[in-house]
Design a binder for this molecule. Structure first.
Ligand SMILES: [Zn+2]
Length: 420
């Protein structure tokens, strides 16, 4: 076999204890007393995590670069590959306010281990490798989420940043400036740049792999997401003096709407996802009839036609069942379903098979950075099981052996993608 052929069929051995050790050390940054993590986007904690990971990469000869929004790129450029489009692996370093130690961090550290292992074994490559950490994946402090990858893919306009206020009142543009200033030694880079392939490893955040006793999910795509804001408008009135029949109570109308929507969204096939996660009452006083309720809807499905049907149902129910109040529906975010690149999917599946790791193909229920990148470059994902499917929770956890198996697949698949 010629060198590229050898690399195209390469099996890369990784250092499992180094992977776990780094994950544990990273988990100390933003640690909560309950065992979870609070390392939200653009906070000093996320900045410290970024610095730690960049230093690990520099220790093994990689360079650290960033871009206008603060994404982190750690580059490994073997001789003769400069100028070629790189193969990327990675995910994100931010967490939910009460998140876990693996969501995001796992994909970044698995990719770092992959690159280090490939470099140590001298696997011949035709392309550079990069580890990427996209900023603000979680969307808990600043909305929208998956922001760094959306910006890279041309779906988020940074000119909006001054108008986007964080949950703590800080403006997004200010937060980005402070975040980047904390690591002035990370150089700026021109974006976007061509990507030959991207693999994001992530805990499944669902129960399927664990239930089926599998170590790896070969992710074929991500279901579509549509977010709505519903504003129910009534009339404020005195709780003691206004007869019930004379009220336009926004709380009663909004709770009725949520019940009707929830019933209408029931899906016998159990594919559609419908969530009302925020419900804000105004003026929010115990002795005043509410004049306004704002609630959110998160709707997901792999089929774009089902998302359209769901939206029509939402609009119909809100228009027809809010009386004596009125309800206004606004789409605040829309992500079409994504099918991952067949070559990347095949590289992940082929790596798992070559390593003898039990895997299945599946769709992702959650949105991920890789879905944004898939719109501009070949991308794919690999899932590993997590305990009880629990995520976005301090109890989030996974078996070390499964984390190691997943990183093993990442390393082998990245080497194979970069062989040509
Ligand atoms: Zn994540």
């Amino acid at each position: 076999m010629s060198q590229p052929d050898a690399a195209a069929a390469a099996i890369v051995e990784i250092d499992g204890s180094r992977l776990i050790d780094r994950l544990r050390r990273l988990a100390a940054i933003g640690a909560r007393p309950d065992g979870g993590l609070n390392r939200q986007a653009f906070t000093p904690e996320e900045g410290e995590a970024r610095r730690l990971v960049a230093n690990w990469a520099r220790d093994i000869g990689m360079t650290a670069e960033t871009d206008a929004i603060g994404n982190l790129y750690l580059r490994y450029v073997p001789d003769g590959t400069d100028g070629q489009a790189p193969v990327l692996g990675g995910s994100h370093l931010d967490t939910q306010p009460a998140g876990g130690w693996l969501d995001g961090a796992y994909g970044v550290i698995a990719a770092l281990e992959a690159v280090q292992a490939i470099a140590e074994q001298g696997v011949p490559l035709a392309r550079p490798l990069e580890v990427v950490a996209w900023v603000n994946e979680e969307g808990s402090r600043f909305q929208p989420g998956v922001m760094g990858s959306a910006w890279f893919a041309g779906h988020f306009d940074l000119a909006r940043a001054p108008q986007i206020e964080g949950s703590d009142g800080e403006a997004l543009d200010h937060a980005i400036v402070g975040y980047k200033a904390a690591t002035p030694d990370i150089e700026e880079r021109e974006t976007p740049f061509p990507i030959a392939g991207l693999i994001e490893a992530h805990i499944e955040q669902g129960p399927i792999l664990e239930r089926e006793g599998l170590k790896v999910g070969v992710v074929e795509g991500v279901q579509g997401i549509r977010w709505f804001r519903v504003e129910v408008l009534g009339e404020a009135a005195h709780a003691g003096t206004t007869p019930l029949g004379a009220r336009r109570d926004a709380v009663l109308a909004a709770t009725r709407l949520v019940q009707a929507l929830s019933a209408a969204m029931a899906d016998p096939a159990d594919v559609l996802r419908f969530t009302v996660g925020r419900f804000v009452v105004s003026p929010g006083s115990p002795n005043t009839v509410a004049d306004k309720v704002t609630f959110t809807i998160d709707m997901r499905h792999p089929d774009p036609h089902e998302l359209d049907k769901g939206e029509a149902t939402i609009r119909e129910i809100c228009a027809g069942q809010a009386a004596p109040c009125t309800a206004e529906v606004t789409v605040t975010e829309t992500l079409s379903p994504v099918a991952f690149d067949e070559r990347v999917v095949a590289a992940v599946a082929g790596a798992a098979e070559a390593l003898g790791i039990a895997a299945r193909r599946m769709a992702s229920g959650a949105g991920h950075d890789a879905a944004n990148i898939a719109r501009v470059a070949p991308a794919g994902m690999i899932f590993v099981p997590c305990h009880g499917g629990v995520s976005h929770h301090p109890a989030e956890n996974a078996d070390e052996a499964d984390l190691i198996a997943g990183a093993h697949v990442v390393a082998t698949a990245m080497a194979r993608l970069a062989a040509r």
